[in-house]
Design a protein around this ligand. Structure first.
Ligand code: GDP
Ligand code: MG
Length: 291
């Protein structure tokens, strides 16, 4: 069977490399992207007896509003269907303690129109932090499938493999309707490019990236790309971020709870143990005094 192309994407320190190691075991190699010193990790995962996947561990990135070489690399790959690494499915890795920030990137990737799976990693920390999740609600609201994973405890990885095998069943509907950010602007884009994901076009303009016949000049000619237009695009980009966080806050309100009282963090545990000890000694000495 054909190998499924998978790209692992996520904020730094969410456990991308840990998940990558769980998926690929020893079948991995490390190189560099051509011409730059950014590390390129890729490997093969055996998903089942009949399915294999090529897994690419992409550099950590906070958003698709590129500000660094690493982030640019992720955008270039995701916009370029001709790249041999162009993913059949994107797997966005988030960590359960920073879901809100991680979901910004998730909604951006999903809104490119790619089949996108959400991994919520570090599930082993939920108890200690008093976190509970309503996975079916999160899946429905985010229009995706979610694998709750602990790469440290090796749980949820088999389910992630199943989701990758069935990537063709994923919805490619966007999370945030780009037209809601600025109807006049995006409606014009939609009319001019009816077959493209609006968000993809948006990135091509705002990041000024060129891909095949899709480039900024085709959408917004130089004569229209005035300093004023540039400032306007920056303003729209801020509106986009706000719209995404509004969406994410609404989703988390329904599917995420954090009960600080239930949090069994180490410090609390230590305090409780110490308190017990103090009471223990007090009673012990009290009894000694009485005797
Ligand atoms: P990357 O920067 O996204 O590639 O993240 P890494 O895989 O390097 O992991 C970042 C840190 O998180 C490391 O210290 C890992 O040991 C830790 N980590 C990764 N996965 C888990 C997990 O499931 N549970 C816990 N508790 N820690 C994890
Ligand atoms: Mg890493």
């Amino acid at each position: 069977a054909k190998q499924i192309n998978v790209a692992l994407i996520g904020n730094p320190n969410t456990g991308k490399t840990s998940v990558f190691n769980q998926l690929t075991g020893l079948n991995q190699q490390v190189g560099n992207y051509p011409g730059i010193t950014v590390e390129k990790k890729e490997g093969v995962a055996k998903l089942s007896r009949t399915h294999k996947a090529h897994i690419l561990d992409l550099p950590g990135t906070y958003s698709l509003n590129a500000s660094s070489l690493d982030e640019n690399l992720v955008i270039e790959l995701l916009l370029n269907k001709n790249d041999k690494d162009y993913p059949d499915v994107a797997v966005v890795i988030s960590d359960v303690e920073n879901l809100k920030r991680n979901l910004l990137l998730f909604t951006q990737i999903k809104d490119l129109g790619l089949p996108t799976i959400l991994v919520i990693n570090m599930a082993d920390r939920m108890d200690r932090k008093g976190i509970s999740l309503d996975i079916p609600v999160l899946e429905k609201e985010l229009k995706t499938k979610i694998a709750l994973v602990s790469s440290r405890k090796n749980t949820g990885i088999d389910y992630l493999k199943e989701l990758i095998i069935q990537y063709q069943n994923l919805s490619t509907e966007p999370c945030v309707n780009a037209s809601s950010i600025d109807p006049t602007y995006f409606d014009r884009l939609r009319q001019a490019f009816p077959n493209q994901s609006l968000y993809k076009l948006w990135l091509v303009i705002t990041q000024d990236v060129n891909f095949g016949n899709l480039n900024r000049k085709a959408i917004l000619p130089d004569s229209d790309f005035t300093p004023k237009a540039h400032a306007e695009l920056k303003r729209l980009q801020q509106k986009e971020t706000i719209a995404r966080y509004q969406f994410i806050n609404g989703v988390l309100k329904q599917g995420f709870t954090k009960d600080v009282n239930a949090a069994k963090d180490l410090r609390g545990r230590l305090d409780r143990v110490l308190t017990h000890k103090v009471w223990g000694y007090a009673i012990f000495f009290g009894i000694m005094l009485l005797i």
